[in-house]
Write a protein that binds this ligand. Structure first.
Ligand code: STR
Length: 417
C-alpha cells in the first residue's frame, strides 16, 4: 500500500527515470513501469527530461490547474535553447497557434465553433455519410483479399475511414487523403529523419494555408468555412488560427480513431468470450468502445504542459518552467480508479465509462463524440458483414509503430472468414 503520510523510502519514490522507448517494443511493460514509478514519474523523451502523471485522480486535478499551460515559451528547456527543432518530438508541441496550444479566454475563442459543430446532436446529420463510407470500405476489404485470403484491416478499413470522415467535415478533397495519410505516418514515426519531418510539416502548412485561402474565397458547407466566417465575441479567427485548428482536427481526427477501431477489434479477437456476448446482444458496442478507450488508449502520452509556478503533487514538486506529460495509457490502468484487475480487458467492468482517455478540463477532446459515432458504426458493421473475422497471424506478431505518443500498429492482417 502507499502511505502518503510516512516519509517515503527511496523505493516509494519510484525507480528513477522511465526512458520512453521510441521503438515501442514493450508497451504493456512500459505502462506498468510508469505506474510503478509513482503518481508523478520522471521520464526521458529522447534525452529530454519531463514529468508525467500516471494516475486518474491526480491527472484530473492537474488538468484543471491553470498554473499549467500549453505555451511552449513557458518551458525552460525551450527558452534556454536546450530543446530545439532538432528534437524529434518538437512538432507535438510547437504546432502553431490553435485550440491545441492556447489557454484561457483565447482558447475559448479558438475552440467554441469546433466544439459546437461536434455535439452528438449535430453529428446525427452526418451519420448516414459515415455509414455509407463504412459500407464502401467493407466492400473494399472484401475485394482486397489476397490469394491466401489475408487482408490488412488497417490499410483498407481502419485508416481510410477516419480520414474520409474528418476530410468531409473539414472540406479536404478525397484526392488528398492518401497523401495526408502518408505524411502523418511519417510525421509520427520516430524512424523519419528530423529534417524530413520538418520539411513535411512545412509542406502541410502550405497545403492547409492554400485550403484556407480557397475556402475564404469560396466558402462551402464545412467546418473550415465555418471557422473562417466565425466571429466569436466579434473577433474573427486569423488565418493562422484557422490553419492551426484545421491541422489539429485532421491530425487528431485521423490518427486517434485508427487506434480506437483497431485496438477494439484486436481486444475482441483476443477475448472471444466477450466478442460472443457482444454478438449475442448481451452487451452493447458502447461498452466495447469505452473499455477499449480505457484499456488500450489511442494516445499513449500527451505532450505537453508547462508549470508557470511550482506545483506540489504528493511528495514531488513540478518546478516552474518544467514540462508535464499526461500518460493516458497508464491512467487507464489505474488500480485506484478501476480496481485490482485494471490490466484485464472486461467489457462488463462497472467503471468502464469512468476513464479519462479524452482528457479533462478546458482541452477535453472536442472530437470525443465523433470518434464514438465512428467506432459505433464501424465495429458492428465490420462484425455483421464478417462474423468469422479472425487474425491472420498470432496476436504476438502484431507490431506497434515506432511512435512515442500514439498507440498504433504497423498492420493488422486478418482473414475475413
Ligand atoms: C500533430 C501535428 C499538427 O500539425 C498539429 C497537432 C495538433 C493536435 C494534436 C496533433 C498535432 C497530434 C495528435 C494529438 C492532436 C490533438 C489530439 C491528438 C495530440 C500535434 C491526440 O493524440 C490526443
Amino acid at each position: 500500500m502507499n502511505c502518503p503520510h510516512t516519509a517515503a523510502a527511496p523505493a516509494d519514490r519510484g525507480a528513477g527515470t522511465v526512458v520512453i522507448d521510441p521503438m515501442v517494443q514493450d508497451l504493456d511493460g512500459e505502462t506498468a513501469r510508469l505506474r510503478d514509478a509513482g503518481v508523478l514519474a520522471r521520464i526521458d523523451l529522447l534525452g529530454v527530461p519531463a514529468w508525467t502523471v500516471t494516475r486518474h485522480a491526480e491527472a484530473r486535478r492537474l488538468l484543471l490547474d491553470a498554473r499549467l499551460v500549453k505555451d511552449i515559451d513557458a518551458w525552460d528547456l525551450w527558452r534556454s535553447g536546450a530543446v530545439t527543432h532538432a528534437w524529434p518530438l518538437i512538432g507535438m508541441i510547437d504546432a502553431g497557434r490553435s485550440m491545441f496550444t492556447v489557454d484561457g479566454a483565447e482558447h475559448r475563442r479558438l475552440r467554441t465553433k469546433t466544439s459546437q459543430a461536434l455535439t452528438p446532436r449535430r453529428l446525427e446529420a452526418i451519420r448516414p455519410e459515415i455509414e455509407k463510407f463504412t459500407q464502401e470500405l467493407l466492400d473494399a476489404l472484401d475485394a482486397a483479399q489476397g490469394d491466401d485470403g489475408v487482408v490488412d484491416l488497417k490499410a483498407v478499413f481502419a485508416q481510410p475511414l477516419p480520414m474520409r470522415v474528418v476530410g468531409m467535415l473539414m472540406g479536404v478533397d478525397e484526392s488528398r487523403h492518401a497523401m495526408l495519410t502518408r505524411q502523418y505516418k511519417a510525421f509520427f514515426s520516430m524512424l523519419t529523419p528530423q529534417d524530413e519531418r520538418l520539411a513535411l510539416l512545412a509542406e502541410l502548412d502550405v497545403f492547409y494555408t492554400d485550403l484556407v485561402r480557397e475556402k475564404t474565397a469560396r466558402p462551402t458547407d464545412d467546418l473550415t468555412s465555418a471557422l473562417i466566417l466565425a466571429e466569436e465575441g466579434g473577433e474573427p479567427l486569423t488565418e493562422e488560427e484557422v490553419v492551426g485548428n484545421l491541422k489539429a482536427m485532421v491530425a487528431a481526427g485521423h490518427e486517434t480513431t485508427i487506434g480506437l477501431v483497431l485496438n477494439a477489434v484486436r481486444a475482441l479477437l483476443a477475448h472471444p468470450d466477450q466478442l460472443r456476448k457482444v454478438l449475442a446482444g448481451e452487451v452493447g458496442w458502447d461498452a466495447v468502445i469505452e473499455e477499449t478507450l480505457r484499456w488500450d488508449t489511442p494516445t499513449t502520452h500527451l505532450l505537453m504542459r508547462f508549470a508557470t509556478e511550482d506545483i506540489t503533487v504528493g511528495d514531488e514538486v513540478i518546478r516552474k518552467g518544467e514540462g508535464l506529460v499526461v500518460s493516458y495509457r497508464a491512467i487507464g490502468r489505474d488500480i485506484e480508479q478501476h480496481g485490482a484487475d485494471a490490466d484485464a480487458f472486461d467489457i462488463t467492468r462497472p467503471t468502464r465509462n469512468r476513464h479519462m482517455t479524452f482528457g479533462h478540463g478546458p482541452h477535453i477532446c472536442p472530437g470525443a463524440a465523433l470518434s464514438r459515432v465512428e467506432a459505433g458504426i464501424a465495429l458492428p458493421a465490420l462484425f455483421t458483414r464478417f462474423p468469422g473475422l479472425c487474425l491472420a497471424v498470432p496476436d504476438e506478431e502484431i507490431t506497434r509503430l515506432p511512435v512515442m505518443t500514439q498507440n498504433d500498429m504497423t498492420a493488422f492482417p486478418v482473414l475475413l472468414g
